[in-house]
Ligand binder design. Sequence first.
Ligand SMILES: O=C(O)CCC(=O)C(=O)O
Ligand SMILES: [Fe+2]
Length: 332
Amino acid sequence: MSATASASQVEKAAELNLPIVDISGLRGASASERSKVATAIRQACLDKGFFYCVGHGVAASTMQRLFDASAEFFALPMDRKLDVAMSRSKANRGYEPLRGQTLEAGAPPDLKEGYYIGRDVPADDEQALKYFNTGPNVWPAGLAGFEAVTSAYFAEMRSLAGVLLEGIALSLGLDADFFTTLEQDPIATLRLLHYPPQAANPHPDEKGCGAHTDFGGITILLQDNVGGLQVWDHDQSLWLDAVPVPGAFVINLGDLIARWTNDTYRSTRHRVINASGQERYSAPFFFCGNPAQRIECIQSCLEPGEGAKYAAVTVDEHMRERYAATYKRSFD
Ligand SMILES: O=C(O)CCC(=O)C(=O)O
Ligand SMILES: [Fe+2]
């Protein structure tokens, strides 16, 4: 796998009509450049709710290092992977075997294996004792560089999420710092994913990742060149291929932003079907936010006379509920 793609893949991406948004203007000081980016983000969020992001400042070599670390981990013998099983971690860190999660209710479990990394918080820290998905990471023994590479990538994603959230705030006509409290001590998860090729005769409806919406605020997805991610087109009622674009992240919004904006910005359904015959690797970074943050409809997202569709909820409550549904067990 590699972080670059062929010319034909770029052409296909252009055909797809998922917009490519260059966010470099958000990282500069010019108010008019920031506003241009905010307008492009707004259009993308009102339309498919998915876009390719370029001008993000993350080097291709950083992406490649992450893919290399991921492939090295998944190639380990199963007993070594199970030494760091997620089921042993109170903070849901570590290895999740194939078919460990069912993202689409009623469909067979997902044909993917994963590795979860988050903000490293000591187990006896007050936040770890209180909040969902908060605690220490676990690291596989004997994999030189795995912790350093994935932790550095996690830090880059956290700062890119901050830039994107500023753009999203501006795109909603809010102050650029609207999401600052959300960014404090956040729940955020980097998930390394490995999809084996689907069998020629898979179980009916079996997928790499069942159709779902993401749970959190924003997702920054790195995918390799294999393809297989599909995005639901609400207006045309069909699945669109999100063809890999070299060096670009795929950005989408999760349920928390949909709730916060009363579905002005929707949390778009997507799924993965790896029919390529090849191994597929991806790495979504889910930025969910401060667990105590209350998500309550932003008043300016309401039309005159319109009511809030969703009850107020904290990030912590919402995340526990979504994990419980897709892992079919309680996360109290
Ligand atoms: O692997 C991908 O491309 C998408 C993964 C995904 O949607 C998820 O983990 O929520
Ligand atoms: Fe997803």
